[in-house]
Ligand binder design. Structure first.
Ligand SMILES: Nc1ncnc2c1ncn2[C@@H]1O[C@H](COP(=O)(O)OP(=O)(O)OP(=O)(O)O)[C@@H](O)[C@H]1O
Length: 326
């Protein structure tokens, strides 16, 4: 369990992390999302005591990182720029880390096997591809068999096979009851991996919710109907209390109705349907919705209007949401 309480980081006048409070719980994969510069890496660095907070605290299993006797046995991390000694072999890189953390040497071979690097264990890591380097970084995170694992952009630059492997690894580690905290710019990937989401913008907490709830709260799900008897269908839908709106290509869109109900309604009135489909919003749609709301607020604020809800809405323009690795 990771507990973040009022965490704040200032770089000069820039507030990178602004009174963040949340918990990361065991047994699920928690995704950490936010646009470029939102403060994700800075938050993760403070969790690992690599940066000093300007305020607030982080507790790892109830303790500050610096008070953990053998940190690697509590928390393992893959940060973006993983410091590995390029002149050392993969095996020796991990062995040095193991020895300085009183981890038995046999664990080195175990983790190399887990990440699929056994065949290149005796090769110098400076010759490794990006994917191999990521695997070596993950091996070092797993070395102490920690209950908590943190991954900052773990799939950046990986091929589909590598992405698939990391996704399954994170899910398997969570299924073992571990706490998994992962940041990513790739929303389609995050949607496949994370059960829970922490979303930040401009260093502030925007959402702390399940993936399903986040998508539900920030996007539209509707049914799409296409029929050669469109006018008749529209009347039947309206008479049943629905409010069909016309979409592209003459389709009708109905919010808040199940396809089963609409299909039966059409059948009862002898209406032919060429399409009846449930349109579920994606995580990306939900993000765009949240982005649009922030932009709308700023348009109002710039025009002299006050904030709608006490001014807590952070800036989050679509121009700032550029995938680094995508
Ligand atoms: N050492 C530093 N000195 C000054 N400003 C910094 C420093 N580190 C980060 N920042 C600033 O703090 C803000 C948050 O940066 P951070 O890297 O944590 O964001 P991020 O969400 O990880 O972004 P990205 O997804 O682009 O990596 C940014 O505006 C960044 O420019």
């Amino acid at each position: 369990m990771i507990e973040v309480e009022g965490l704040t980081k200032r770089f000069g006048r820039k507030v990178a992390v602004d009174h963040l409070s949340f918990e990361v719980r065991p047994g699920v994969v928690t995704g950490f999302l936010g646009p470029n510069g939102a403060g994700k890496s800075t938050t993760m660095r403070m969790m690992l005591d690599l940066d000093n907070p300007s305020g607030g605290s982080v507790r790892i299993d109830g303790k500050r990182y610096r008070d953990l006797a053998e940190p690697l046995t509590h928390i393992g991390a893959l940060l973006e720029a993983k410091a590995m000694h390029g002149g050392r072999t993969a095996y020796n890189n991990l062995l040095c880390l193991a020895q300085s953390n009183r981890i038995p040497e046999r664990r080195v071979s175990e983790v190399l096997d887990m990440v699929g690097l056994t065949a290149v264990a005796r090769k110098k890591s400076k010759g490794f591809s990006l994917g191999m380097g990521q695997r070596l970084g993950i091996a070092s995170a797993l070395l102490g068999d920690p209950e908590i694992l943190m991954f900052d952009e773990p799939v950046n630059g990986l091929d589909p096979e590598g992405i698939h492997w990391i996704r399954n690894l994170m899910k398997a580690l969570a299924a073992e009851g571990r706490t998994i905290f992962v940041s990513s710019h790739l929303m389609s990937e995050m949607a496949l991996t994370a059960d829970h989401l922490i979303v930040i913008g401009q260093g502030r907490l925007l959402a702390n919710t399940s993936m399903a709830q986040f998508i539900h709260d920030n996007s539209r799900s509707y049914a799409r109907l296409r029929s050669p008897q469109r006018e008749e269908l529209r009347d039947v839908l309206a008479a049943a209390g629905h409010t069909p709106v016309e979409g592209e290509g003459g389709v009708l869109e109905v919010d808040g109705a199940e396809t089963e109900e609409l299909g039966e309604l059409a059948a009862r009135h002898g209406i032919v349907l060429h399409e009846l489909s449930a349109q579920r919003a994606s995580l990306e749609d939900a993000f765009m919705q949240m982005t649009a709301e922030s932009v709308e607020y700023h348009a109002h604020a710039a025009a002299g209007g006050g904030p709608p809800t006490g001014g807590a809405v952070p800036q989050w323009g679509p121009d700032r949401f550029e995938g680094k690795g995508a």
